[in-house]
Design a binder for this molecule. Structure first.
Ligand code: BDP
Length: 695
């Protein structure tokens, strides 16, 4: 804690040099430090910072809070580490914190202004100073001149949230980075230090809300013993600006409350939730609220009692009152509904526009199916002007090769955020007043995310939720500079590699608008042949509809007409295969194998070409990475190399198995010069993976 004597105006922070050099000085880098390594500067950047000779000051109005203490400690840690020496007490370059500037809002906004002998950090709150601190360190870590900094930053979205699909037993649904980081068993008595490092990482990229448990929720996490556990985390994370949310199981009043029903209109049910909310707020005064998956994939919900999503959400909203928010997920499809799964969420929710209480947010996945490598934006965006809509993205790579494939997801999120809904706003404009949630990719692995490059997706999510206008390139560059090396030769090679990586995955897994072709249950590897599952929409064959004549899902008027859910201008553009960008072609249209493509190739030849370019792109990534060995510590370089080898194999597997299957359906030869699949279709069909992670 900051000592009282430091309250004098512009007191010098006389901190000890607390052995804060990053861990790489003592041991090999293992990724634990994420993008917060603060690697020692060199060359001109080092000379500039040395000449500036920083020292941390704060004014008397700056709140004496844990958050301020964290900001100051972070500045000292980062600056000392980048200088490779402790800060001098008599430093000339003042890093001057003013954390109670009435001219700035208290939402985390800040300004950074450099001058010859000072960098002024202005904020309307101590949290703004913390965010400004991380922004300053981010700039310096990239080699910026402190004297020429000039940044004004405000969060675009109020809610910048991680959704953990972590179960209380430590298993993470769709998690590929080990076990859950949350040690519920030992909480509240014992809290892993990792919980602080986690909060710090989140704060550094502006994440301010965390739903700690799986949307497929266990009701017992609402019991008193778990509220106590959650309160310990909330206390630890509060100084980092993070509010906790709980995923709530809708049937909890029945499951753990002893009531015969969970009907949202039943007075006893309403009273139970109200009492539960009061109990939580007594322990966690700034509890964020409930995240709810209801009437989807077998989860209980208001429709079990003939009520609507609005009835269910509003009942919980009333229980929370002004204290918190209900985040109600729109990812719904029913095993009893025969209509195109693409159309179900819109059909259920859009008629309820205007009926949700003020403290209800409807959380909508980026696309209408399910986090596929590429989906057009969800037609609900822009279609519910009287409802607060929030974007849900998936950081964990359930459908993009788990943690072993390198796929930088910022371009995917940029694609959806910038999409014009046709309702007079982009998806970013529709969701910015509310927020963005990302399904977390953290786990107990030493490197947090299961691979070094998957850290970039956590980072990119936070950065985009703070500022959805940031380009993927900017994000990749700043992440790679902080995480690996700021050498221009390194960045000029690694950034394009990252930027093309998601497109490579699209090409070798689901090119030209194909989707949902993965293995059953675990979602690992290709299985386009699967057609015997109980429900039609669980089957890959439901999505690709390939036969001897053609391939693709007709969502136009002649098909399911799901396209009609888009605004007229957008629907018109996608109604005709000729005006549909090839990246969406088979998503909206069923075409013949001979369909002429803009490239001049037939659909069949184009499909083969896309698979081949996906595979080639992975080989090119492996080559680029091999050349980058001089810039990266041996341990992390090898780890990435090993993953790229897995990816190269699996990309070929996706290509070969898919082509073998399409050939079995269309009876066509591969274009001349194209290598045949390495194995027979029967071989690919025979592969099983009962132990695949995350299932
Ligand atoms: C799917 C996942 C499943 C989740 C579901 C959801 O396969 O594990 O429970 O999304 O978002 O992508 O609720």
């Amino acid at each position: 804690m900051r000592g009282k004597s430091w309250k004098a105006p512009f007191a010098v922070v006389a901190a000890a040099f607390l052995a804060l050099l990053p861990s790489q000085t003592a041991q090999a880098e293992d990724g634990y430090d994420l993008w917060l390594r603060y690697a020692p500067l060199e060359g001109a950047a080092l000379e500039r910072l040395q000449a500036f000779n920083p020292v941390v000051h704060f004014d008397s109005a700056t709140p004496d809070s844990e958050t301020t203490d964290i900001a100051i400690a972070e500045l000292e840690r980062g600056l000392a580490s980048m200088l490779a020496r402790p800060l001098a007490d008599d430093g000339q370059g003042k890093i001057a914190l003013h954390c109670a500037d009435p001219a700035l809002p208290a939402d985390g906004s800040f300004r950074l202004a450099g001058a010859a002998d000072a960098v002024t950090l202005l904020a309307g709150s101590d949290l703004g100073c913390l965010y400004g601190t991380y922004a300053l360190l981010r700039e310096l870590a990239q080699g910026a001149d402190p004297r020429s900094l000039n940044i004004a930053s405000a969060p675009a979205m109020p809610l910048r949230m991680l959704n953990h699909w972590d179960n209380p037993d430590g298993h993470v649904e769709r998690g590929y980075a080990g076990r859950s980081i949350f040690d519920w068993w030992h909480l509240p008595q014992r809290m892993d230090e990792r919980m602080i490092d986690y909060a710090r990482a989140n704060a550094s990229i502006g994440i301010n809300a965390v739903a700690v448990n799986n949307v497929n929720a266990r009701a017992f996490m609402l019991e008193a013993r778990y509220i106590e556990k959650l309160a310990r985390l909330a206390d630890a994370w509060r100084p980092y600006g993070i509010r906790v949310f709980l995923s709530a199981r809708f049937s909890a009043p029945r499951d753990i409350g002893g009531l015969p029903t969970a009907d949202p209109l039943d007075p006893a049910v309403r009273a139970w939730w109200k009492a539960k909310a009061d109990e939580i707020y007594a322990a966690i005064p700034d509890f964020g609220g409930f995240l709810v998956k209801a009437n989807s994939e077998g989860q209980p919900g208001p429709q079990d009692y003939g009520r609507t999503h609005a009835d269910g959400a509003n009942m919980l909203a009333e229980a929370l009152g002004e204290r918190g928010t209900v985040i109600w997920r729109a990812f719904v499809y029913s095993e009893f509904d025969e209509t195109d799964r693409h159309a179900q969420a819109y059909a259920e929710f859009v008629p309820l526009d205007g009926q949700f209480a003020e403290n209800v947010i409807v959380q909508v996945k980026n696309g209408a199916i399910d986090f596929q490598p590429r989906e057009p934006f969800h037609p609900m965006f822009g279609a519910m002007p009287h409802t607060r809509l929030m974007l849900e993205a998936q950081i964990t790579k359930e459908y993009l090769g788990f943690a072993s494939h390198l796929a930088f997801l910022a371009p995917m999120w940029e694609e959806v955020l910038r999409a014009d809904t046709g309702h007079g706003a982009t998806v970013a404009e529709v969701t910015s007043p509310v927020g963005m949630a990302g399904v977390a990719n953290t786990g107990s692995d030493r490197n947090w995310s299961g691979s070094d490059f998957d850290q970039a997706n956590w980072y990119a999510f936070g950065r985009l939720a703070w500022d959805p206008t940031l380009s993927s390139e900017t994000i990749a560059r700043e992440w790679a500079a902080q995480t690996f090396s700021r050498a221009p030769a390194f960045l000029d090679s690694v950034v394009p590699m990252m930027l093309g990586s998601r497109e490579a995955v699209v090409n070798y897994m689901t090119p030209l608008g194909l989707a949902h072709l993965m293995g059953t249950g675990h979602h690992y590897g290709p299985a386009p042949w699967v057609c015997d599952l109980e429900r039609p929409e669980w089957n890959p064959c439901y999505y690709h509809r390939a036969d001897a004549n053609g391939i693709g899902f007709d969502r136009t008027e002649s098909g399911t007409n799901a396209l009609a859910q888009y605004a007229p201008a957008i629907a018109a553009q996608w109604a005709d295969p000729a005006s549909t960008d090839p990246i969406w072609l088979l998503w909206f249209h069923r075409v013949s194998w001979d369909h002429p493509m803009p490239s001049g190739r037939s659909l069949w030849a184009e499909l083969v070409h896309r698979y081949d370019s996906g595979v080639a792109a992975v080989d090119a990534m492996a080559d680029s990475w091999a050349n980058l060995a001089p810039f990266v510590d041996a341990r992390r370089h090898r780890a990435v190399t090993e993953n790229l080898a897995i990816q190269a194999n699996e990309a070929r597997w996706w290509r070969d198995a898919s082509l073998a299957y399409w050939q079995s359906v269309n009876g066509r030869e591969l274009p001349a010069g194209t290598p045949a699949p390495a194995h027979t279709l029967d071989y690919y069909r025979s592969l099983t993976f009962p132990e695949a992670p995350g299932n």
